[in-house]
Design a protein around this ligand. Sequence first.
Ligand SMILES: Cc1cc2nc3c(=O)[nH]c(=O)nc-3n(C[C@H](O)[C@H](O)[C@H](O)COP(=O)(O)OP(=O)(O)OC[C@H]3O[C@@H](n4cnc5c(N)ncnc54)[C@H](O)[C@@H]3O)c2cc1C
Length: 397
Amino acid sequence: MMQNDVVVVGGGISGLTLAYYCVQAGMKTTLLEKSDTIGGSFSSPQYSANGKKFWLELGAHTCYSSYQNLLDIVDSCGITETIIPREKVPFTLLVNDQIKSIVSQLNIVELLLNGLNIFKLKKDGQSVKSYYSKIVGEKNYNNVVSHFFNAVPSQKTDDFPADMMFKSREKRKDMLKNYTFKGGMQSVARVIAAKSGLNLFTSQDINSVKYENGLYEIRSANGGEYSAKKLVIATPSAVASKLLWDIHPDIANHLGQLKAAEVDSIGVIVRKENVKLQPVAAIISPNDLFFSIVSRDTVPDDNYRGFAFHFKPGLDDKAKRARITEVLGVSFSKIEHTISKINTVPSLRMGHHQWHEKSNAMLKGKKNLFLTGNYFGGMAIEDCVSRSKSEFERMKG
Ligand SMILES: Cc1cc2nc3c(=O)[nH]c(=O)nc-3n(C[C@H](O)[C@H](O)[C@H](O)COP(=O)(O)OP(=O)(O)OC[C@H]3O[C@@H](n4cnc5c(N)ncnc54)[C@H](O)[C@@H]3O)c2cc1C
């Protein structure tokens, strides 16, 4: 059985960054990922045809100057020069199958009557719906704004804690306000994994964790066996709960209280000349089959355009294909390539802060168990890296 100081289960940005901190501190670290690629919701599959290459985001697509912990890692991996700006193309609404600007759909009088509340109201203790409907007005919230919020985690967000949706953080002054990376977000995941020199094993679906004689024993469905003094679980909360059931039932039960949504995404790559749609950053369509369509027009390409449709759960392929061709205005035969991906996103609810505090209290006495992921302080990339950093600091003691 392969011995380690630390084993990290889950190779999304949370697991990768915690593994990175461990390797930097000289710990023998192994990262185990279920999928055959690293990155989790950092997913930028590459397509190449006739010597032309194109990538498309099926998950995270934008970083901000306020992502300081991520940027520190990016800097120390020497990949700051791969940061590129995002083209300024609009976020739009689809109304009766017509692309509309957001402003055109807002009731300006209602907005003016409510807008000043932004200086008076606090987000603390408020849900997304209760806070934002007072800022933009109830009709604007219901008809327009709520659909943009729902598009962020691809689920209804009325009951999300308002202060977890968009956070204000200190910005790094020397950085673009928003940006991506040459090669897309997943290229960052790959570079972090490679630069840190950690032992990395993909296609490792971890299904058993035991604790004996001061060591964790971790096994995968295909026979992989690893052991470590310290265990990090960086999977979605339901998986973490299952893995800890036999050895830490109190924590497993606590993790089991959380809900999550599965985002069913289909990426579509089309030759540029075949799509007439105006360049957009994203399309949000109230009450449609999808929560959003995120476009690659933010990083224009000479040959292709790409669109990631983030569908609502439970739809069959026929319905999804039909909607893709309707919205893009192309026949399916003109679509050069499609790619599918399922991502898991937490369903944060009011009371999550208390849940989070209780998690930290429960983990305080556990010197060898560490949990990270997008279900603690928030789901933004920087929240994940911050969580990994604070768990690493707890590990150092
Ligand atoms: C469509 C979409 C768009 C987003 N856009 C943005 C954005 O633009 N900006 C932003 O800041 N945030 C964005 N987010 C949120 C952010 O990207 C995610 O919250 C973050 O990347 C999650 O990272 P994670 O490592 O916590 O989880 P994940 O990325 O889900 O990683 C968990 C990993 O655990 C692995 N795993 C699961 N079970 C096992 C097992 N049994 N054994 C081994 N491995 C296992 C999974 O395969 C996965 O790789 C977006 C999220 C989605 C889904």
